[in-house]
Design a protein around this ligand. Structure first.
Ligand SMILES: NC(=O)N[C@@H](CC(=O)O)C(=O)O
Ligand SMILES: [Zn+2]
Ligand SMILES: [Zn+2]
Length: 390
């Protein structure tokens, strides 16, 4: 590095990986032209195994058509959430939904949807067997009834109604994916995740220590501590771009910000920092799950707006930004591309994608047949532009 100006040498040191520099990180030097954010025109590229999205809402109908390509461009696989109306409660419904996703996909993509079943009080153990046999279902989703978007048909009493199903899931090695918030109206909305851990998750893993559980979209230091305390390979967590980048101030900055409203709701800064520390530590229990949850603009900008952030177009740029700011770009690939398949017992993607450190502007909205969808960070500038896999 002596060849370079000391400022560049320092930057290279910061970005170069101690362990596998050539594999994960290839800085390319583009002369000494001024380049935004970089005094000396250093151009950076990050090449990583193709990421998967372990928590994604693709919706159906027109919305599915409008959003699916944003995921298919960047991700190899995605766990598809079943909270449609009506919810995907049976294997045959999951197979039909799988087909409609494949039909909506653009040509020449290798994107593979991994389906889930929506757990209800009435789900039978037999349905779990069918799900496993289908070869397209990879998880069962627990929505406490009333906790979030389209959760009306969710579970009212997990231990009272669902134990035989959960036992069959252990037999079938079928993971339980959890929206971890209690719905008790007495509990403050900012405490619902913590209380869920104490009331439901701790007793659950005590009763069924072999059940694979993914705590979806973790938002608190309590969840981080809980997941870290569990046995690796049994309990894991997905983390969204918004819960890594934003705190609850972003809901009210300069006026009410409906496009930052999702569930679990954004938390205070100390929680955000705990989540960033967890994912950038290299802990294998944490992996990428965008929770990209598109709603039409009119359903967001109204008197009783829906919960959900549409982040597919910006997710990888934001994850890279968060890891870069934490000085942990060397841990990004494990989080985006390795820990997830390892937990689910699936092969890692062999394709690569490239993230290029260049400034790009996020569109204000994406229009589709009957409306438009506003993405996370709409109108803002981001770096780390993802390139399609080669
Ligand atoms: N995250 C959200 O705020 N919304 C999700 C549901 C969910 O994941 O809880 C949705 O389907 O819109
Ligand atoms: Zn959820
Ligand atoms: Zn979700």
């Amino acid at each position: 590095n002596e060849r370079f100006d000391p400022a560049i040498a320092q930057m290279i040191k910061e970005f170069a990986l101690p362990s596998r520099p050539s594999r994960l990180y290839n800085p390319k030097f583009g002369g000494f032209k001024r380049f935004k954010g970089y005094g000396y025109g250093v151009r950076m590229e990050l090449s990583i195994a193709q990421p998967d999205d372990w928590h994604l809402h693709l919706r159906d109908g027109e919305l599915l058509e409008a959003v699916v390509s944003h995921s298919a461009k960047q991700f190899g696989r995605a766990i598809i959430m079943p909270n449609l109306r009506p919810p995907v409660t049976t294997t045959s419904a999951a197979v039909a939904y799988h087909d409609s996703i494949l039909n909506a996909l653009p040509d020449n993509t290798n994107f593979t949807p991994l389906m889930t079943l929506y757990l209800t009080d009435k789900t039978s153990p037999h349905e779990i067997k069918l799900a496993r046999e289908s070869g397209v279902v990879y998880g069962v989703k627990l929505y406490p009834a009333g906790a979030t978007t389209n959760s009306q048909d969710g579970v009212t009493d997990l231990f009272g109604k669902c134990l035989p199903v959960l036992e069959e899931m252990v037999n079938q090695d079928m993971p339980l994916l959890v929206h971890g918030e209690v719905t008790d109206p007495e509990i403050d909305i900012f405490d619902r995740e913590k209380v869920f851990i104490d009331r439901i998750l701790k007793p659950l893993i005590q009763k069924l220590p072999k059940l694979k559980v993914v705590m979806e979209h973790v938002t608190t230091m309590d969840a981080v501590k809980f997941v870290e305390s569990c046995e690796e390979g049994c309990v894991a967590a997905t983390v969204t771009p918004q819960h890594l980048l934003l705190n609850r101030n972003s809901l009210f900055q300069g006026g009410l910000q409906p496009h930052n409203y999702c569930l679990p709701v954004l938390k205070r800064e100390t929680h955000r920092q705990a989540i960033v520390a967890a994912v950038t530590s290299g802990n294998r229990r944490f992996f990428l799950g965008t929770d990209s949850a598109p709603h039409d603009r009119q359903q967001k900008e109204c008197a009783c707006g829906c919960a959900g952030v549409f982040n597919s177009p910006v997710a990888l740029s934001i994850y890279a930004k968060v890891f870069e700011e934490a000085g942990a770009l060397d841990k990004l690939e494990a989080f985006t591309s390795l820990n997830g398949p390892d937990f689910y017992g699936l092969p890692r993607n062999t394709r690569k994608i490239t993230l290029k450190k260049t400034t790009w502007k996020v569109p204000e909205s994406y229009s589709y047949a009957s409306g438009s969808i506003v993405p996370m960070s709409a109108g803002e500038s981001l770096e780390w532009l993802p390139y399609s896999p080669s």
